[in-house]
Structure formats: C-alpha cells, structure tokens
Design a protein around this ligand. Structure first.
Ligand SMILES: [Fe+2]
Length: 194
C-alpha cells in the first residue's frame, strides 16, 4: 500500500524518541524515514540563515496552512526540536513563512505563515504546500525556532535535487529536508538543534 502524508506523520508521532540508543531503534523501525540529521551527542546547533525581506511578526497559531493555497502541492513538514545533547525540547516556538505555489509571499495578510509550540516530546509539524521558486532563489521554507527562554534561531530549509541549489548563495546541504514522495504529496523531515 503506498504511503501517504498521514501515514508517515502517524509513524513519526508514534515511534519512540530520541536519545542515542533510541535513535538507532527509530532508524531500524522506520528505515524509509531516516533521521535528518543524525543526532549525536555534541551536535552543533542548526545553521542559521538570514530572514530575508518577507518576514512579518505576529503570525497566527496555526498548523494547517494548506487551505491558504488550495492549488498547491501538499507537503507535511515535521521534525523534533533538540538541544545539543539530543534531548527533545518541549514548548519551543517553531514559526514558518513561505512563498505560495506562484512564488509569492503574502505581505498584506498571513497566508502561509504560522507558528506552533513543540509538543511534550519536542515534535512539531506543519501541513502546508510546496513553495514555488521565485527569482533569485532556490526552493526553500523560512523558519524561526526558539527554545523556552532561549534565543531565536532564524534559518531556511531546502529541497534535495533542486537544480538551483548549487547556485544559491544561501543554500547549504546541512539544511536539506529529508523528503519522501507519498501517494498524496510529500513528507519532509528536519530536526532543529538549539
Ligand atoms: Fe524566501
């Protein structure tokens, strides 16, 4: 049976998390959904990237962004917020903003903008659409992540196999989503370390 975004999200939400031993168990239990990046003790914090011109404060508390762009290709992006010793961080802010299926940002309202707080096991996920390319950039999501009481990490996540990755001055393969194609769209995983 082909996987779906929902089945991969369910697997993500029901599998055990995360310390070094449990990371191996996770990898064995879900070989089709490898951890990205591998979580080892002493991991470096997630690489930061500039916010660019399209960030707006005060995004809504919102996990399902796809109704904002009903003609876009669906993607669920999900991951865990970890500290540098690989402990999951609950209650961390995760904020996303992105271009729509035409490559436009909503600068008037809050389409395809939202935030949430990681759950008790440090997990977060957004149900959204694949952002289109726009002039001058490869395909990307923007994120801000902030652990409780910590500083804000601003970064961008990228898509594997994009022709424009190589020529994009902000691209770094450390910020690649792990993407699975499912029967009803894509599922992308990235674990932030902060
Ligand atoms: Fe952008």
């Amino acid at each position: 049976m082909p996987s779906t975004r929902r089945s991969l999200l369910t697997a993500f939400l029901t599998l055990p998390l995360i310390d070094s031993a449990r990371t191996r168990a996770f990898a064995q239990a879900a070989p089709e959904l490898p951890l990205t990046p591998a979580c080892d003790d002493g991991d470096d914090p997630t690489l930061e990237r500039e916010a660019g011109p399209f960030f707006k404060p005060n995004s809504p508390l919102k996990r399902d962004l796809y109704p904002d762009s009903p003609h876009g290709e669906r993607i669920t992006v999900a991951g865990v917020i970890l500290d540098t010793r690989c402990w999951p961080l609950s209650g961390s802010l995760v904020e996303i903003w992105q271009a729509d299926e035409k490559g436009d940002y909503d600068s008037v309202g809050f389409r395809l903008r939202g935030h949430q707080f990681s759950d008790t096991q440090g997990r977060w996920w957004f149900n959204t659409i694949v952002p289109a390319l726009y002039p001058g950039r490869t395909r990307h999501f923007h994120f801000k992540v902030q652990r409780p009481g910590g500083r804000v990490i601003t970064t961008q996540l990228y898509f594997p196999g994009e022709a424009r990755n190589a020529g994009d001055r902000l691209f770094d393969e450390a910020l690649l989503l792990n993407i699975k194609q499912t029967g009803d769209g894509k599922f992308g995983r990235f674990d932030f370390v902060t």
